[in-house]
Design a protein. Structure first.
Length: 218
């Protein structure tokens, strides 16, 4: 029976979380908002609208959301051709593909950003499909991105594992009913990932690959 390995991208396969922190912080600063980088870091992994709402609150002016998102996209876009894959990312995806796993990406990125991330990973030969922000109405921590990835893979939740680096990933995967694996390379503490639903935690893709046999992907 088929099985699916679903992967978040930012902070899980590509080392972008710090870039998102700085560029979101600058977007907020330019708009006159004092938001700490620590708080931005904890919100990375949410879609743009949810991230803005999480950081500014429901009493913000929602008409400002599009401008904030556009400012972040413009600032972050300066790095599109320099995004670094995390150690072992491509090797891990290719190993899972060779082992019979259907590899699907589930990300809040879309458009040119998603293209840049895929170029950074450089493992399209191992990737079967993508569930992007364009494919769902609600992003993580809602389960829709993971559920759509399972649809693309054609497997039930019981035959899937979701790998991510944020509490939003772990909550989305848990709500979708899949086993969750957390990675520390996004900068979120192990205890937070485990509390949010991670059944196992590894340092980065290379560490997961080295310990694959003992992992939920073994």
């Amino acid at each position: 029976m088929d099985r699916a390995a679903v992967f978040d991208v930012d902070g899980t396969l590509v080392d972008t979380n710090a870039l998102h922190v700085v560029t979101w912080w600058e977007a907020f600063r330019q708009a006159g908002h004092d938001v700490s980088m620590h708080d931005v870091h904890r919100a990375v992994g949410l879609g743009s609208t949810d991230l803005i709402a999480h950081l500014l609150g429901d009493d913000r002016d929602p008409d400002e959301d599009a401008g904030l998102s556009a400012a972040h996209t413009a600032l972050y876009g300066q790095f599109f051709e320099r995004l670094p894959a995390l150690p072992g990312a491509a090797d891990l995806l290719r190993r899972l593909h060779a082992d019979g796993w259907t590899v699907v990406l589930a990300t809040s990125a879309s458009g040119a950003e998603l293209g840049a991330l895929r170029r950074a990973i450089d493992a399209d030969d191992a990737i079967t499909g993508m569930a992007s922000a364009d494919d769902v109405q609600r992003g993580k921590p809602a389960p829709e991105p993971v559920e759509h990835a399972l649809e693309l893979a054609g497997v039930p939740a019981s035959r899937a594992v979701f790998v991510g680096d944020t509490v939003w990933d772990m909550r989305a995967g848990s709500k979708a009913g899949v086993r969750c694996v957390g990675l520390l390379c996004g900068g979120i503490p192990r205890a937070d990932l485990e509390e949010a639903g991670a059944q196992a935690v590894y340092a980065d893709p290379a560490d997961l690959l080295a310990r694959l046999a003992e992992s939920p992907l073994g």
